[in-house]
Design a protein around this ligand. Structure first.
Ligand code: HEM
Length: 392
């Protein structure tokens, strides 16, 4: 199995890994996201990955890092294997993820292991089902109010969209009583900002506890018609911080889908293919594993840099175009916007229904699409603005 030269290891960090971290994996940083678009970091990262594959072949590429074993995946079939064989021997709960997510969700399934993980995963699968709550009605309601505002100002901006989206998210997850609790999601945002820094930022335990007790109050109401009504308070308390956090990605995906003229659930799928909101999927092996005849040691970190697999024109003729016909069952095993295998995103159906409903409610009233193929590698959602249609 190939080992990257020192120079190429440096390039993997400088052009692929660090720029992705700089944008903020847990909470997007606005200025860095803007800069990333201007200097085209995503295009450079995909080009770097392509060169690695040409130079070293399709097998996982080991990076030359002292004291650690790190492998960069370069082949879609290896991605499929890594995800299929999670959480054992390829654990979702990696050292880096734990350091980041403990800031706001110390009991989340994503950083849990063993029997605890199994139990928490079952809670997620059981509750995160769009058929249990009338997601479409909640979203339609909030979209309606948003449209009234949009007609008044003549435009839809990220900030106005985000306000409506968070109202819908709080209603879906916690019930209508929580609709206006902006402070709750603001507290979460601060904690997520710290999580970006993983171990480099001290944990703010007092703020986390304040957030948690506020969340507990909402969950204790168990409001019918919301996810909070579908499980026990103690079980949900550990999982809901991730849900609220992840609704952010779903909103970002929805705005981007609008920009490309996307429709319905396939529009959301394509949005997260073109601009994956989880750009890096990490796994850590719990035992030595064999790859194409070579053994990699226990505790190897495996990196899947998703934009490379979603945007490679050599493999995907539609790489930079809107191609909704790919979904829901893509033929390429490297298309993994929601991950795959036993650790696949348990919220994806909810995302598709909520995002798709919001998209369809808004698109008829706005002048879209604003972007056409070849679609850019980076799309800064903070700067997206849509004007209302003349006939609206
Ligand atoms: C655009 C929206 C979303 C995308 C693209 C997305 C994607 C993903 C991906 C790629 C993972 C795997 C992460 C890893 O292996 O490290 C994941 C995990 C997860 N997602 Fe999502 N997600 C989205 C929204 C949501 C929402 C709204 C919820 C809940 C309401 C949710 C709940 C979860 C949970 C609980 C996990 C952890 C699963 C586990 O550890 O087994 N996600 N998601």
């Amino acid at each position: 199995m190939a080992v990257a030269s020192r120079l190429d290891t440096g390039k993997a960090f400088a052009r692929v890994i660090l720029p992705t971290l700089a944008k903020g994996v847990v909470q997007r940083r606005r200025p860095v996201t803007a800069l990333a678009g201007k200097v085209r970091v995503d295009a450079a990262a995909v080009a770097t990955m392509k060169r690695f594959r040409e130079r070293y072949g399709p097998e996982p590429l080991r990076l030359r890092v002292t004291g650690r074993s790190i492998a960069l995946l370069l082949d879609p079939l290896d991605v499929a294997r890594l995800l299929a064989e999670s959480p054992e021997p390829f654990a979702l709960a990696t050292t880096e993820k734990k350091a980041a997510l403990e800031h706001f969700q110390p009991h989340g399934v994503l950083i849990s292991t063993g029997a605890e993980r199994e139990r928490r995963r079952a809670v997620n699968e059981d509750v995160l089902r769009p058929d249990k709550v009338d997601v479409r009605a909640i979203v339609a309601d909030e979209a309606d109010l948003l449209l009234r505002h949009v007609r008044g100002t003549g435009r839809l901006t990220w900030d106005s969209f985000a306000q409506a989206w968070w109202r819908a998210a709080r209603r879906i997850v916690l019930g209508s009583f929580a609709r206006e609790d902006v402070e709750l999601t603001d507290m979460l945002q601060t904690l997520r900002g710290n999580a970006n820094w993983a171990y480099l930022h001290p944990r703010r335990e007092a703020l986390r506890q304040r957030f948690e007790s506020r969340l507990r109050e909402h969950l204790a109401r168990g409001e019918p018609g919301s996810l909070a009504g579908l499980g026990s308070v103690d079980e949900l308390l550990g999982q809901v911080p991730h849900w609220l956090f992840a609704f952010d990605a779903a909103g970002i995906a929805t705005m981007r889908a609008l920009a490309i003229g996307g429709a319905g659930e396939a529009g959301i799928w394509e949005s997260v293919r073109l601009w994956p909101t989880t750009p890096v999927i990490l796994r850590e092996s719990t035992e030595p594993t064999r790859w194409h005849g070579t053994w990699l040691p226990e505790r190897t970190t495996f990196i899947v840099f998703v934009p490379y697999f979603h945007r490679d024109p050599d493999r995907l003729p539609y790489a930079d175009a809107y191609a909704p016909e790919n979904w829901p069952a893509p033929s390429d095993p490297g298309l993994v916007p929601f991950s795959g295998g036993p650790g696949i995103c348990p919220g994806r159906d909810l995302v598709l229904v909520a995002g798709g409903a919001m998209l369809d409610a808004l698109r008829d009233h706005l002048a879209v699409p604003t972007l056409r193929a070849p679609l850019p590698a980076t799309l800064n959602h903070f700067e997206l603005t849509f004007v209302t249609r003349r006939d609206d």
